[in-house]
Write a protein that binds this ligand. Structure first.
Ligand code: HGY
Ligand code: MN
Ligand code: MN
Length: 411
């Protein structure tokens, strides 16, 4: 059967309407945390939540929450959602499909008059991507009670701290501890997300059930050499910071490629002083290193650190490595995976089980409650850029599966 009870047109028109907020000339979306665009996105979604009869609030860290009480208001809550922030020039679906899909699932549950014991909260987490402050999942960390004072001091490219950005958004950073949920207060967290890879497309399947989430380790490398005249400095006398960085990032690529599933990405690189005729005195770059197996990821990290030190020693340049975030991989709940598989069988659709290479808020909640994720097929596996796309039909099938999972988990 196809999408069954959910309203595919309503879901799609909301997705496209939300994508207008932060829209770039490229057709991509830029919606950074604690900005005007994020505020507009939350106001739009809050209006849809209210229209669905949910009680709407924002917690101390800015997570947007729409609550539907169950027959037992004191029963542990079922959380379902994703995020509204994006990467720079990102896609329309990464995050919004999970938030609007959760709203559509709850709206369907209400329309069908389905009774449920546990309260359900549709949630849009603050700053999942980490695009602004170079560490992510701020809202889910706060909900799990693991957001620290140090996190609040992280700075964006303009030197604005998380705390300052929160204040400018009308929040009080000194109260973020109030966003934390008590142990036992959350029954489960379920998220619908685009796959952002090619596995479902290759299997010609619309949806998948996530088995685990790879853990992102983000490091910042800073290499300090000596700026100098490009014309008068012989090659053997140089301390070229960028040439050293080039060797280090190639070593990182080789170390990751030597493993089965490890991935390494240098997404940001800055060079100074940055003159055409000046030997770079300083090169700074980020490394995003991931694997679903933490021991493998950490072994690759050790190799890269060792090689970076050797390269920089040979070249007589200084190396500084700062850890930006270290998130352990998590396994998704076997119970939730079984419920999801049972719902797929009810729907008469075939699914497959697959790990997530991308990080998600559920990683922060795994210590608080069972976590489950569903994936919707991504066209050509593209994500984090304007061409990111999933079909209306696949999105609706994903939301139908989410809706049926919610009916089971909330009872
Ligand atoms: O970076 C990630 O894996 C996710 O998109 N935040
Ligand atoms: Mn995402
Ligand atoms: Mn993303």
């Amino acid at each position: 059967m196809a999408s069954g009870s959910v309203n595919q047109e309503r879901l799609w028109s909301r997705l496209m309407r939300l994508a207008e907020i932060g829209r770039q000339a490229s057709g991509g979306v830029t919606r950074m945390s604690f900005t005007r665009e994020e505020r507009m996105a939350k106001d739009l979604v809050a209006g849809w939540m209210q229209g669905t009869g949910l009680s709407v609030r924002e917690d101390a860290v800015g997570n947007l929450i729409g609550r539907l009480d169950g027959t037992d208001a004191h029963a542990p809550v079922v959380l379902v959602g994703s995020h509204l922030d994006s990467v720079p020039n990102g896609g329309k679906f990464d995050g919004p499909l999970g938030v609007l899909g959760a709203l559509e699932a709850v709206q369907t549950l209400r329309a069908q008059g389905i009774s449920h014991i546990h309260p359900i909260e549709v949630i849009a987490f603050t700053d999942e991507e980490g695009a602004r402050f170079r560490f992510g999942m701020i809202g889910s960390r706060a909900l799990a009670g693991t957001l620290t004072a140090e996190h609040l001091q992280a700075q964006d490219a303009d030197g604005v701290t998380v705390a300052e950005a929160m204040r400018s958004a009308g929040l009080s950073p000194e109260t973020v501890h109030k966003a934390a949920r008590a142990a036992g207060s959350v029954k489960a967290y379920v998220e619908l997300h685009i796959e952002q890879g090619r596995v479902l497309e290759a299997a010609n399947l619309p949806v998948g059930i996530v088995t685990g989430i790879a853990g992102p380790l983000w490091l910042r490398f800073r290499i300090l050499g000596e700026a100098g005249h490009a014309g008068t400095t012989p090659m053997r006398m140089r301390k070229d910071a960028l040439a050293a960085a080039a060797q280090v990032l190639t070593a990182a690529e080789t170390a990751a490629a030597g493993q089965k599933r490890t991935v390494a990405t240098v997404g940001q690189l800055t060079v100074s002083p940055g003159g055409v005729n000046i030997i770079p005195g300083c090169a700074e770059f980020t490394l995003d290193l991931r694997d679903t197996d933490e021991s493998v990821r950490d072994e690759v990290e050790r190799q890269i650190r060792h090689q970076a030190e050797a390269i920089c020693a040979r070249r007589g340049v200084r190396l500084e490595i700062q850890e930006l975030q270290r998130v352990p991989p998590v396994s998704c709940s076997a119970w939730l995976q079984e419920e999801m598989a049972g719902c797929a069988q009810e729907m008469g659709i075939q699914t497959l089980s697959l790990p997530s290479g991308a990080g998600h808020d559920g990683m922060q909640l795994a210590g608080l409650c069972p976590v489950g994720m569903l994936f919707v097929r991504s066209k050509d596996g593209i994500s984090h850029q304007p061409e990111e796309w999933s079909s209306p039909e696949d999105c609706a099938i994903g939301v139908e599966l989410l809706y049926r999972t919610l009916v089971r988990v909330a009872n």
